[in-house]
Design a protein around this ligand. Structure first.
Ligand code: ATP
Length: 449
């Protein structure tokens, strides 16, 4: 099995057009990335599978899409203006800035490498709090009153719409509101490819429950989210649940569990699940003057507790690529293959005429492509030798390839090649659509397990 490094993932992502450094022709924009065709398709799959599990297949969760720029008072109430900070120290000598809580992992650029503060020349300032929210101005005036923020999380957009959903969607706890959208954080030490970026797409769900049931629902959501990763093919040996100790948790949280993945940088947070108590709704009630509570029939009246599973598409994307990446030698040649779950794979099947100069093969292949593309993202490829075309599809993780060859012209059958086992079988061309449907529906386990 391949030794998977972040460099290999970055290089494959770039080579095959999943992800590019942003604004590259201007020298890039530190730790910011653009997604190419296959990256967009993969992200779309991750997003829609999350949405399917969180909204489509449930009766108790509804969707929301709130604005990125909210009334700045939202961020005062949420505690982000006052407390969404990292402690920073500056070095007066080398003029670099470091996170005070990560000094022992930082390097100050000297050769041989040193940690900040390690040499007599180092001249570090006291730690100061640095707010991670991006500030902007709204409207023509540039003064205090026009300061606004790009949201650092999508959750607050959900809390401020609690009353709307309660009344208009006629919900009562337990119920949830799910939202997917861009969040922005001015991270001081971004890096490790997409793992920590300044602009990322969050998928968050706030689940409102009667306070007495909060603990049970918290455990439920930790398990649900953990199992979602197993369902989409991540190896169980690469995943773990890590419960925060009391001194690591936010002051309002009575339980937080990180679902961690063994990234090439070590065990790190993939998704967080927190029991946030009634902190958010209480804060917004106090700051806005609008009561955010549940009033039931009879005398029932309470502020619901909130359970929050929160993750970014970026962290899932990296975990999926790392888990899928494999190298092997087949017929004395290196093969790089992404063993992605078929539902995550950007392209579901390739349609390949064996001899691109043969007009009849091309016509049949085009016909099959036209039929399949109505249902699935499939790709027609007639560029180059068949072996090279297979390798290209392996590198983007396409689970199946249908090849139109001499025999197809005689008996209307095609070859289907399996990405992982490399097994080939013949099918009638008229049955390909149904075969693919069934193959994509089957439970899938990675051969790397
Ligand atoms: P970390 O400790 O890694 O900075 P966090 O605890 O601040 O993360 P949360 O505020 O709980 O993260 O955000 C919820 C989720 O959003 C995280 O589990 C992660 O999946 C994602 N996320 C947070 N910050 C980033 C980032 N800078 N880049 C990519 N994804 C992020």
């Amino acid at each position: 099995m391949a030794d998977v490094t972040m460099d290999k993932i970055v290089s494959l992502s770039r080579r095959r057009g999943f992800v590019f450094p942003s604004s590259e022709i201007y020298g890039g924009m530190g730790s910011t990335y653009d997604y190419g065709h296959y990256g967009v398709l993969t992200k779309n799959n991750i997003r829609s599978l999350w949405f399917q599990a969180m909204v489509q297949e449930r009766d108790d969760i509804v969707a929301l899409d709130s604005a990125i720029i909210l009334n700045p008072r939202v961020w005062e109430a949420s505690g982000h203006v006052g407390g969404f900070t990292d402690p920073l120290v500056d070095c007066r000598t080398c003029k670099l800035r470091f996170r005070a809580d990560q000094i022992d992992q930082a390097s100050c650029g000297r050769r041989p490498s040193k940690h900040p503060g390690e040499t007599p020349d180092c001249d570090l300032t006291e730690a100061r709090q640095f707010n991670l929210m991006f500030k902007t101005q709204v409207g023509a005036l540039e003064d205090e009153s026009s300061t606004a923020y790009l949201r650092p999380e999508t959750a607050q957009g959900i809390f401020v719409n609690f009353k709307n959903v309660l009344q208009l969607a006629r919900r009562k706890p337990p119920f949830g509101i799910a939202q997917v959208g861009k969040s922005f954080r001015n991270e001081i030490t971004p890096g490790n490819f997409l793992f920590r970026v300044r602009e990322f797409e969050q998928m968050e769900m706030e689940f409102f429950v009667p306070p007495a049931d909060a603990e049970r629902w918290y455990r439920y959501w930790v398990d649900e989210r953990f199992n979602w990763y197993l369902k989409y093919g991540l190896r169980e040996s690469m995943l773990r649940k890590r419960e925060h100790s009391a001194d690591e948790r936010s002051h309002y949280s009575s339980g937080t569990t990180d679902i961690e993945y063994l990234y090439p940088i070590g065990w790190s947070e993939l998704e967080g699940v927190a029991n946030r108590g009634d902190f958010d709704l209480t804060q917004h009630t106090q700051h806005s003057g609008t009561k955010l509570e549940f009033v039931g029939d009879d005398t029932e009246r309470y502020t619901p507790y909130v359970i929050e599973p929160a993750v970014s598409i970026e962290r899932i994307f990296v975990a999926m690529l790392v888990d899928a990446y494999d190298e092997e030698i087949v017929a004395e040649r290196d093969r790089t293959v992404l063993r992605l779950h078929p539902a995550i794979a950007p392209v579901k099947a390739a349609i390949l005429p064996l001899i691109p100069r043969n007009a009849e093969m091309v016509e049949k292949a085009r016909g099959l492509h036209d039929e399949l593309r109505k249902q699935h993202m499939v790709e027609y490829d007639d560029g180059g030798q068949i072996g090279r075309r297979y390798r290209r599809q392996d590198e983007i993780g396409t689970p199946f390839a249908f090849t139109i060859d001499d025999q197809t012209l005689e008996d209307d059958t095609v070859t289907v090649r399996d990405r992982d086992s490399l097994a080939q079988e013949r099918l009638p061309i008229g049955g390909v659509r149904a075969w693919l449907e069934e193959a994509l529906d089957k439970p899938w386990r990675t051969p790397k397990a």
